[in-house]
Design a protein around this ligand. Structure first.
Ligand code: GLC
Length: 529
């Protein structure tokens, strides 16, 4: 475990950082900055923020988990954190709640601020809907944050996440509020000033700070026809930009994903050079621990994992209707079945072949994820009658945890991956990751060496089904290796992962950024006074 100072012990600041005594120079500033964390999804709300709100959860992807982990740990570290999130009435009701989120979060001591708009009320998932609906919901969310939540909370720092919060840094700049913008993904929906203003955001004060597709000659010329790019606008205006892994930041700068204009990549590079952009590796929540995980049929650690994993494998096979065979290697697909990012099309090309080539080993595949490619997998399974070897299920948190516990390998052949959490969770559970060498996967998985003394998984470099097949063959060779090598390797990987993928390290880095932004604010206000 990495020890770090509590967030606001100012005397612990590094000697390189000039310490400006808070009270003497800055009577007007609070002794502890208030952080407003703005996110479209969160998988768990800490009861420390608002008793009763822990029942409200909305999760579509990794951003929800990271939001929950970060907010909870920052509060434990002593930070004054508030949360802004859309009021997903329907989703919150489907949880174990009574649906009365507005009343609960309106309590005077609450630090949870719900953005109200009918665009969120009937949603069934944070990002369900057409691009028009997503864009319109994102603008409604930002309207509530800019017009109501920021004036109510009066934060020192606003921590924004992804394009749905991308207009906020420009609005905050005008108000003298520092912002941190975290890039979890490079998707975004462009909008227009007309749409922004029609939805109720007065952009008059900051329209010239936004990033447009074409040169913005005047407010009137831009209004209807010059699209605003919310992701680029955020990068341009945020005081600090973070990505969720160091390699993904490098990839953006080098235009590997071809999605950001040159001027914005240049801006980002300047921010890196001046210490105002960095890649901070996500870490899985501490609850992903096979010793503690209540969703497992059998809990285990690095000393007794063989019995533990076998118990979970039997339960998983039983629950999913697979052949009951504790020797069968199970490959677990933990992500959305999304061909743009997650690379599931590579698996469709080789699925039948690997099940038939490794039929003597009894190779099985467990897929737990929603997405448009589910039907393709169902068709392959039906055509080749693979029902006792391949299970395809919608996403379910407890089932996914059981699969981490009961499988042998985790499949993540993503075409690009800003960070990715399942590869780290897998390693913690002794379920070795098979990954394409990209983004956060590059930073967290390295190829197992021939003698198995180093490395924690299987890494392929050419993004095609041959690359994936090569990595699966490597994994199967490892699966067939002598028992003592197999055991020593899994034990080593489990121990290393528990300390390496740590939320403490992630939170400590965000704490440093907050300190830096607060000091900048203090520096600026003492210069102007
Ligand atoms: C997005 C990214 C994923 C990352 C997650 C949390 O879902 O695709 O790579 O792990 O956000 O930051």
């Amino acid at each position: 475990m990495i020890a770090h100072a509590r967030l606001w012990d100012l005397e612990d600041l590094s000697p390189l950082t000039p310490v400006i005594p808070f009270r003497e120079k800055t009577e007007r500033l609070p002794p502890r900055p208030r952080i407003l964390f703005v996110t479209p999804e969160i998988s768990r709300i800490s009861p420390l923020m608002c008793p009763g709100a822990e029942r409200f959860s909305v999760k579509s992807g990794g951003l929800a988990d990271i939001s929950a982990t970060l907010v909870e740990n920052l509060i434990r570290d002593g930070a004054d954190v508030h949360l802004a999130i859309p009021h997903y009435r329907n989703i919150f009701r489907n949880g174990k709640s009574d649906g009365n989120a507005s009343a609960i979060c309106a309590a005077p001591e609450s630090r949870v601020h719900l953005a109200e708009d009918c665009a969120f009320y009937r949603r069934t998932g944070a990002y369900h809907g057409s691009p028009d609906e997503l864009r319109s919901a994102a603008i409604a969310f930002q309207r509530e944050v800019i017009n109501h939540i920021i004036p109510r909370v009066r934060p020192d720092i606003v921590h924004c996440n992804d394009w749905m919060t991308g207009l906020i840094p420009a609005a905050c700049k005008k108000l003298g509020i520092k912002t941190l913008f975290a890039i979890h993904n490079i998707h975004r929906e462009a909008t227009t000033l007309a749409e922004i203003e029609n939805k109720g955001i007065d952009a008059g004060g900051f329209w010239n700070l936004l990033h447009y597709e074409n040169y913005p000659s005047s407010f009137e010329d831009c209004y209807h026809h010059n699209p605003v790019d919310p992701l680029s606008s955020a990068i341009q205006n945020a005081d600090f930009v973070s990505t969720v892994s160091p390699t993904f930041l490098e990839e953006i700068i080098h235009n590997k994903h071809g999605r950001l204009p040159a001027s914005i990549r240049w801006d980002l590079r300047m921010k890196i050079d001046s210490g105002y952009a960095s890649g901070i590796l996500n870490a899985p929540d501490a609850s992903y621990d096979p010793e503690l995980d209540g969703a497992l049929a059998k809990k285990y650690d690095h000393t007794n994992y063989r019995r533990g994993k076998n118990g979970n494998k039997r339960q998983l096979q039983k629950q999913l209707g697979l052949s009951q065979d504790s020797k069968a290697p199970i490959f677990f697909w933990p992500s959305r079945l999304d061909p743009v990012q997650k690379g599931c099309q590579l698996l469709t090309e080789i699925l039948f072949q690997i099940t038939s080539d490794y039929s003597e080993d009894g190779l099985q595949l467990v897929m737990i994820g929603d997405g448009c490619f589910q039907d393709h997998f169902h068709n392959i399974v039906a055509r080749h009658d693979l029902r006792d070897r391949v299970a395809i299920m919608n996403f379910d948190e407890d089932l996914a945890r059981l699969a981490f516990g009961g499988s042998d390998f985790v499949l993540m052949p993503s075409s690009y991956e800003p960070c990715g959490l399942p590869q780290m969770i897998g390693a913690r559970y002794g379920t070795l990751p098979i990954v394409h060498d990209t983004g956060g996967l590059h930073d967290t998985v390295s190829q197992l060496s021939d003698d198995c003394s180093t490395g924690n998984g299987f890494v392929f470099h050419h993004f095609d089904s041959n690359g994936l097949r090569w990595a699966i063959d490597q994994a199967m060779a490892f699966h067939r290796s002598p028992k003592h090598i197999h055991e020593a390797t899994l034990g080593r990987v489990m121990v290393e992962s528990a300390s390496r993928f740590s939320t403490e390290a992630m939170c400590a880095q965000f704490s440093q950024i907050y300190r830096k932004l607060v000091q900048d604010k203090i520096g600026a206000s003492s210069q102007s006074s």
